[in-house]
Design a protein around this ligand. Structure first.
Ligand code: ADP
Ligand code: ZN
Length: 815
């Protein structure tokens, strides 16, 4: 959760050895060693500044900026360095071949480092520049638009350019070690005549089978497949090759993550009048990118937003352009991929999918498929926004309100916002869609920055589900278990079972119980590395920290006072599963959460079993809250709606409203009307009441008032600086120092005048992964200037050893 890493933006002044963070990408661990070299390489420090924020002219034709030049110098950004850029000479044999976006190796002291060319220079003031050692790829791996996007990310999100480029160019591609997958293929060397064939059939029937099989194929066949198909050994095939009957040769094969699946073509749906009306401005934007406002589609759950996206993509392809579709946590919603893959089943080869569940090889191949122009549709999670696709005509951001669009490691970008910026740079259409738009996007829509398109009713007049609120304060007194499964909820489940309809129970907390408390002294078993209670997992019979993964044995008696009356409190999904199974022994119950879904395909299998009616009750975390479409689900129970409400996070109300609405949206998507039971201790909370009445505008109005009064987004941008260290006093002291510096800069006029600086304070999660954490919160309406100012401050500051500073612009994770 509190992922992070050594702060990159300290750049040239950072003298602190970097710590490899558990959650940081594996490429970070080895940064330290290179870093020092670079710091002592003054002759290679470029005279910086020129490459910052040089935006492309709107709608600039790609050819113009792509063109190679004969420039004699190149500015490059090494993958691993605390610095931004260095200049090198382009040696004679590479003149005209090195382009912006080329990958090169450059000498830094005694080493050669991988680097990206970010600019070509006609002149330089620096004498005796070293030459570039090697040009790695023929075609530049990052196109100029993406390089510019990198500059924008670096300046907006206050990080070094090489950190931004790291997000843009996936590691498997960057390292240049992953190669194409080569397989051995077999084909007939020459077609034997009938007589020869007859002879072989008598003498060696297996070989005849091979020949027979290959005669029926128009393409060479993979040797492994051939062996399986004809039941022959490799020795047989080698023998046949020696006799010149068959030929064996290596060929590159595409590692296709979906090769096992066949997608049946799903035809277009006849749009209903509401969809038709909504599609008009979308079509106009795709056809005429000069109409350049992003479109926000606010459509209730089940209103048919996906059909709009599919049509828009179709239109986009028909005018010779390409499209990117972003979906949150794509790996968690195979259904979504399937819907897109099926509509474009006839273009199977031209659809690329990028998400975190791919193997390195698959990611490498999908990426290159996009980069070499073979893909025309990219479906991706957050990082899909950097897909190196050309002729981009459309970006779709589905479920735009989702927090998972925000990356929690450096660069801490928000993919939705990057998408809006990329669309602006490329001059293409962009659609953001959601049933519960974020405060930020809806604000932009009402203020006219975005165009608002609405779908107010469900497809086919299907009704919105009825939402009932269960007051847990009344239920809890009815006895054990009643605060987890109230009587009305149990009744509703029983009714569904009788009618052979399905139910979903939602609880956003895995494990069996959330804490282990001593009845005598009140001791709670906490993680030694984090300020958080350990969760009891019954399946594994362990206590587990949900922050750092620390595990401990379950004590038989209180570790402090030795009283054996140590009890579990607070239910997790395991507990709900156990209760449901006990209450309804006749039902098939399945739990879906990060613990039960470990294998890559088990989620897909479980969802398939649910869809085909083999499961009656599905118990799960947010994994089942999003984007799933099961027509036979008529009941959704929200076990505890309050969980997000009591966190120290100004987005608590917004998150609760979104979650309730999205989970409720899973009910009643078929012919039978759906029902939702919301269990809560705060039945009158506005987020719960507005969700109950499906009243997004009502919720929005009261929430925006609150945001305005309290100076929070969308009116103000918020920057959260976290300082962490194993030493509490070092972290506290550094936070104080930074706050003082920020105030001084503010007074000196080098930060936006409206900047609000909080007092530094321990983070709500004071300790995580063994480090003490302090926060400094800054707010402004002029974020670009604040980012720049903060960057300058941090570059000049030195902190004690071990203190790690990270900057989160437009932060979501406030704990
Ligand atoms: P949303 O994304 O807005 O929640 P979906 O796109 O999932 O809604 O649509 C809900 C269901 O309605 C899907 O099964 C979809 O195939 C179906 N649907 C969408 N548009 C139409 C239409 N015009 N006619 C018939 N069915 C439709
Ligand atoms: Zn921990």
């Amino acid at each position: 959760m509190v992922a992070g890493e050594a702060d990159e933006l300290l750049g040239g002044v950072e003298r602190v050895p970097r710590r490899a963070d558990i959650n940081a990408g594996c490429d970070d661990a080895s940064q330290d060693e290179h870093h020092e070299d670079l710091a002592n390489e003054p002759e290679h420090r470029a005279q910086l500044k020129p490459s910052r924020q040089k935006l492309l002219p709107k709608n600039a034709p790609m050819e113009r900026v792509r063109g190679m030049s004969n420039a004699p110098y190149a500015r490059v950004v090494p993958d691993r360095s605390g610095h931004s850029a260095f200049d090198y000479e382009i040696p004679g044999h590479l003149l005209g071949k090195v382009a912006i976006g080329s990958r090169v190796r450059v000498p830094v002291r005694t080493r050669l480092l991988l680097a990206t060319v970010v600019d070509l220079l006609e002149t330089t003031d620096i004498e005796g520049l070293k030459p570039i050692a090697e040009l790695l790829s023929g075609k530049p791996l990052i196109n100029p638009v993406l390089i510019q996007l990198g500059h924008w990310i670096a300046s907006y999100y206050c990080c070094a350019l090489h950190v931004a480029l790291r997000a843009i160019l996936p590691q498997v591609v960057r390292d240049a070690e992953m190669k194409e997958k080569m397989l051995l293929f077999a084909r007939l060397a020459e077609k034997p005549d009938a007589a020869a064939l007859e002879q072989i059939a008598k003498r060696a029937p297996k070989q005849a089978a091979v020949i027979d099989f290959l005669m029926g194929q128009s393409e060479p066949v993979a040797v492994t497949e051939l062996m399986k198909e004809c039941g022959v050994t490799r020795a047989t095939l080698d023998g046949m090759r020696e006799r010149g009957v068959i030929a064996l040769e290596r060929q590159a094969v595409q590692r296709d993550p979906y090769k096992e699946e066949t997608f049946l073509h799903a035809p277009q749906l006849e749009m209903n009048p509401e969809q038709l009306a909504a599609f008009e401005p979308i079509a106009a934007a795709v056809k005429n990118p000069a109409i350049h406002r992003p479109i926000l589609v606010h459509g209730v759950t089940g209103s048919g937003k996906t059909e709009l996206y599919l049509r828009a993509i179709d239109l986009c392809l028909s005018i010779g352009k390409t499209a990117i579709v972003l979906v949150p946590e794509i790996s968690l919603t195979p259904q979504t991929v399937e819907r897109f893959k099926s509509r474009f089943a006839h273009l199977q080869e031209q659809v690329a999918v990028l998400h975190s569940n791919l193997s390195d090889g698959e990611r490498h191949d999908e990426w290159h498929k996009i980069n070499n122009g073979a893909a025309r549709i990219v479906i991706g999670a957050r990082s899909g926004v950097f897909a190196p696709i050309e002729k981009l005509g459309l970006i779709v951001v589905d479920e735009e309100h989702e927090n998972s669009y925000k990356q929690e490691d450096a660069p801490r970008y928000q993919a939705r916002d990057v998408a809006v910026y990329r669309a602006y740079m490329e001059g293409c259409a962009i659609i953001l869609g959601s049933a519960t738009p974020s405060m930020e996007s809806y604000h932009n829509a009402l203020s006219g920055k975005y165009e608002l398109v609405r779908l107010l009713s469900r497809v086919d007049e299907r009704k919105m589900p009825k939402i009932r609120i269960i007051d847990l304060r009344l239920e809890a007194s009815r006895g054990p278990g009643a605060s987890i499964l109230s009587e009305p909820l149990c009744k509703a489940i029983r009714a569904r079972l009788a009618k052979k309809e399905q139910s979903i129970l939602f609880l956003n907390r895995r494990g069996f119980s959330t804490s282990l408390i001593c009845s005598s002294c009140g001791h709670v078993c906490e993680c030694p590395n984090c300020s958080l209670a350990l969760t009891f997992h019954r399946g594994a019979n362990r206590l587990v920290c949900h922050i750092c993964g620390h595990t401990a044995v379950v004590p038989a008696k209180c570790p402090v006072c030795a009283d054996p009356r140590i009890k579990y409190s607070g239910a997790g999904t395991e507990k709900v599963e156990e209760l449901v199974s006990a209450f309804f022994p006749e039902a098939v119950v399945k739990r879906l959460d990060a613990d039960s879904v470990s294998r890559k395909d088990s989620l897909k299998e479980a969802l398939h079993a649910f869809r085909t009616g083999k499961i009656d009750i599905l118990v799960g975390t947010q994994m089942i809250a999003k984007g799933l479409h099961f027509p036979n689900v008529t009941l959704v129970g929200i076990v505890n709606a309050d969980m997000g409400l009591h966190l120290p996070d100004f987005r608590g109300g917004e998150r609760t409203f979104q979650l309730l609405t999205q989970v409720a949206g899973r009910a009643g998507r078929g012919d039978v009307e759906g029902e939702v039971y919301v269990q809560t201790y705060t039945p009158f909370h506005p987020a719960i009441q507005f969700a109950r009445h499906h009243d997004f505008p009502g919720f929005w109005e009261q929430e925006i008032e609150f945001r305005k009064k309290t100076n929070f987004p969308p009116f103000w941008h918020m920057v959260l600086v976290t300082l962490r260290s194993e030493s509490e006093s070092h972290a506290a002291f550094s936070a104080d120092t930074l706050a003082r510096r920020v105030r001084e800069s503010l007074e000196a006029g080098s930060l936006p005048e409206d900047t609000m600086v909080s007092n530094p304070a321990p983070a709500p999660m004071e300790k995580s992964h063994g480090q003490y954490r302090f926060h400094l919160m800054l707010r402004t309406r002029r974020i670009t200037r604040l980012s720049k100012g903060l960057h300058d401050i941090l570059e000049k500051l030195t902190f004690p050893e071990e203190v790690i500073v990270s900057v989160d612009v437009d932060a979501y994770q406030l704990l």
